[in-house]
Design a protein around this ligand. Structure first.
Ligand code: SAM
Ligand code: SF4
Length: 330
């Protein structure tokens, strides 16, 4: 096994100059890692988390920031180009902004993204503005009341203040993500007005069935029905995002996470806060990085995860993820 690990490392090193990245068994280049810093959250969104929240993990179960840094360093060494910090709510973890800045300082060529519900942005944006290349803020409704209901207690104004703080700090690439919910946020007009007013890109994401059976059955709305009901005109595809023009003349993105199968172009792996490297969002397979950290060969853990990356998700055949979305990070 160790021999194989060495061979894999050698292979990657020898080929770095040629293709700069890891290839999986289906010739996909894997150069993007989503890193969850915590599974805890200040919200309890109905499609993501139970009302009672998350069972608190012991300190020993969670990767230290040194461990996270070691894993990101190894990923970069193997040709990783992009890391996105997520959670739970990533900014809820103490010193998260410092970690993000340390990563940027040490690995300036790594593209760094952050996905957040926005609430803590005003507090940390001064630190973050020079360290992140892109920011995604999740806002599922532009009605105070509905936003409060979806998040189970959240305050829409706080999220909007987070976006304003990010804009004022000079961050350019700000996207607002909304999980599409039948009968809840499926009228695009408020979002297209918001996109225009705040000069941000809005994207609707099809809800995924990840440990949320009740909410999924109640709220799932296929992207094509949303597009048709809002009379949106298809413009172009940008990676996984279908860009449409609304009746108000605003571009809105739609990510048909279920209807379109993006697996053939998937370039990601995911790291959970408790040290699992997941090669697929929808398969319950992972590599526990902790023993590799202890042995000092984290690159092997990453390569193993890439090696076992499934060809495609099999949601339609009932193969579902068994880790909650707040534990994975989207
Ligand atoms: N707390 C942060 C936030 O809400 O942006 C980061 C973590 S959250 C798990 C990451 C993204 O996953 C958010 O945009 C959230 O809306 C989305 N998400 C959560 N559960 C989902 C589901 N079942 N289907 C689709 N997107 C989901
Ligand atoms: Fe928290 Fe984000 Fe999940 Fe909402 S979607 S409960 S904000 S982790």
């Amino acid at each position: 096994q160790e021999k194989n690990g060495c061979a894999r490392r050698l292979y990657v090193r020898q080929n770095r100059g040629n293709y700069f990245g890891m290839k999986d068994a289906f010739s996909r280049t894997i150069d993007y890692m989503r890193v969850s810093l915590t599974d805890r959250c200040n919200y309890r969104c109905v499609y993501c988390m139970d009302e009672c929240g998350v069972e608190k993990k012991s300190h020993d179960d969670i990767l230290s920031f040194e461990d996270v840094m070691t894993i990101i360093r190894a990923f970069h060494n193997l040709g990783g180009k992009k890391v996105r910090f997520t959670g739970g709510e990533p900014l809820l973890r103490k010193n998260a902004a410092d970690l993000i800045c340390s990563v940027k300082k040490e690995l300036p060529d790594l593209c760094i993204g952050l996905t957040t519900n926005g609430v803590y942005l005003p507090k940390y944006i001064d630190k973050l503005s020079d360290c992140i290349d892109g920011l995604n803020v999740s806002i599922d409704s532009l009605s105070d009341e509905i936003y409060n209901k979806i998040t189970r207690g959240g305050n829409l104004e706080c999220a909007i203040q987070g976006i304003s703080a990010a804009k004022n700090s000079g961050i350019k690439n700000i996207k607002v993500n909304a999980v599409l919910m039948k009968g809840v946020n499926d009228d695009v007009s408020a979002f297209s007005e918001f996109a225009k007013k705040h000069d941000v890109k809005v994207r609707f994401i099809e809800m995924m069935p990840i440990m949320n059976e009740h909410a999924f059955h109640k709220y799932f709305l296929p992207a094509d029905i949303f597009v048709k009901e809002n009379d949106m005109k298809f413009l172009r595809r940008e990676n996984k995002v279908d860009v449409y023009m609304t009746k108000d003349g605003v571009e809105i993105g739609v990510i048909a996470a279920l209807q379109s199968k993006f697996c053939s172009s998937c370039n990601r792996i995911r790291l959970t806060a408790d040290g699992k490297i997941l090669p697929c969002l929808h398969h319950d397979v992972f590599v526990d990085v902790k023993p590799y950290l202890a042995d000092g060969n984290v690159e092997d853990a990453i390569l193993k995860a890439v090696e076992i990356k499934p060809r495609e998700h099999l949601i339609e055949k009932g193969v579902l993820q068994k880790i909650n979305m707040y534990g994975i990070g989207g």
